[in-house]
Design a protein around this ligand. Structure first.
Ligand code: CA
Length: 108
């Protein structure tokens, strides 16, 4: 399973290109552009599992930093500020990591 099994490659490149500049990443914009906002919860869960590299059930800070590269290998890493903003948006209980429920909450 790869991202392009679930998402259109053209949508992924549009979304990656839209945040090429450092600190221009917006979670909601990215999810919308990449087509994730229109996906069903089971499909979103599949994407979540690809992002959760160590299968801990959460997306931790180190996995967040490499978030864009999970969609496209050549993409840049997120900056510290972007990673922090991502955590603030998605970490509902303040434990420093993002669970699937938080992702669904941001998306739906
Ligand atoms: Ca993890």
């Amino acid at each position: 399973m790869t991202m392009t099994d679930l998402l259109a490659a053209s949508d992924i490149s549009t979304a990656i290109n839209a945040c090429k500049a450092k600190d221009s990443f917006s979670l909601k914009t990215f999810f919308a552009t990449v087509g994730l906002s229109k996906k069903s919860p089971p499909e979103i869960e599949k994407v979540f599992k690809m992002l959760d590299q160590d299968k801990s059930g959460f997306i931790e800070q180190d996995e967040l930093q490499l978030f864009l590269q999970k969609f496209s290998k050549g993409a840049r890493a997120l900056t510290a500020a972007e990673t922090k903003a991502f955590l603030m948006a998605g970490d509902m209980d303040g434990d420093g990591k993002i669970g699937l429920c938080s992702v669904l909450y941001v998306l739906l």
